[in-house]
Design a protein around this ligand. Structure first.
Ligand code: GDP
Length: 301
């Protein structure tokens, strides 16, 4: 599956040592669980989440009398799945019942914000939707050009102003045009300069406020883009965005290039914000909808 391919590196970091552990240790004793915890942490599942998983699995082994590696592997997969809950619909993007849907992309520069936006634009165009891109990262001329390039590549129109323009004004103009001209979706890029934290937060709050005043209910999604290769560190870096806006979903990028895919489990367990999109490459088709079942199957499959 596409998930299986995207998660290949994480699977090797997790399943290979796990199989080694099963071979070396005949009993599911304290040493076994200690080593299992180390393996999970190494795959960037996170310290707290790994401890929870290991304790849950220990209880499963005791209560259910699990004796074979297959049973223990299955129980671990079930516990990871349990972290995500039963409601698969939480992980789907929200679209407005009528009128344009506004989706904002926020996150640290370099995490893959513009690329993810471009990939989603490509997908939505393929579904026959009218898509408008808004170049809300006005801090860098390069970011505006990059968005224009994606617009050309996928055949989506772009609202952009000059470098240094007010990002909220760009988003306002985009939503206004979408309403007047009947676009289905507005995808808004934003700046992600971490060294100007206060400014960044004010800018983001203003964008959200202005968009919401122009179109009640908007933004329908605020997607926080996290670079999967930075794992736990990326999560901490991104906290400023969680403070500034009501983040409705997370896009984890570059899972193809990392063994740290376990971070997806931590995000769910510790932030309880659904991962909605997953990036598994640089191409326009390398974007997957997140699904807990497909994720866990990709990890163990
Ligand atoms: P932004 O500054 O957050 O807008 O980041 P960009 O969209 O410019 O992406 C930064 C780099 O990451 C670019 O070279 C992208 O091609 C690359 N990138 C983005 N998403 C993925 C992904 O899912 N997999 C891989 N391998 N590279 C990605």
């Amino acid at each position: 599956s596409a998930f299986g391919r995207g998660l290949a590196k994480t699977r090797h970091a997790l399943v290979d040592p796990l199989e080694g552990l099963f071979r070396r240790r005949a009993a599911f004793d304290d040493d076994f669980f200690l080593e299992l915890e180390e393996i999970l942490i190494a795959a960037d599942v996170g310290v707290k989440t790994s401890a929870w998983l290991v304790e849950s699995l220990r209880a499963d082994v005791r209560k259910k009398g699990l004796t074979t590696p297959e049973e223990v592997r299955e129980a671990l997969a079930a516990r990871i799945l349990e972290v995500f809950g039963d409601d698969e619909s939480r992980f789907r993007l929200t679209f407005a019942p009528e009128g344009p849907t506004v989706i904002l992309f926020v996150g640290v520069n370099g995490t893959g914000k513009t690329t993810t936006l471009g990939k989603l634009a490509y997908r939505l165009k393929g579904e026959g939707k009218r898509v408008l891109l808004a170049a809300g990262d006005t801090f860098r001329a390069g970011a505006i050009d990059q968005l224009r390039l994606w617009g050309e590549r996928v055949g989506a129109d772009v609202v952009a102003r000059e470098e240094g323009a007010d990002p909220a004004a760009v988003l306002y103009e985009a939503v206004d045009r979408a309403q007047r001209e009947g676009y289905d979706v507005v995808l808004g890029d934003t700046a992600g300069r971490l060294h100007a934290k206060q400014h960044l937060m004010n800018e983001l709050r203003k964008i959200v406020r202005v968009v919401g005043q122009k179109l009640p209910g908007a933004p329908h999604e605020v997607l926080l883009v996290l670079d999967g290769t930075t794992g736990q560190n990326g999560l901490r870096q991104a906290e400023v965005f969680l403070e500034a806006a009501r983040v409705t979903g997370i896009a984890v990028t570059k899972l193809d290039g990392t063994a740290r895919g376990g971070v997806v489990v931590t995000i769910q367990k510790e932030l309880d914000i659904p991962v909605k999109l997953v990036g598994v490459g640089e191409g326009r088709e390398d974007l997957l909808d997140f699904s807990p079942a497909a994720f866990v199957a990709g990890l163990f499959g």
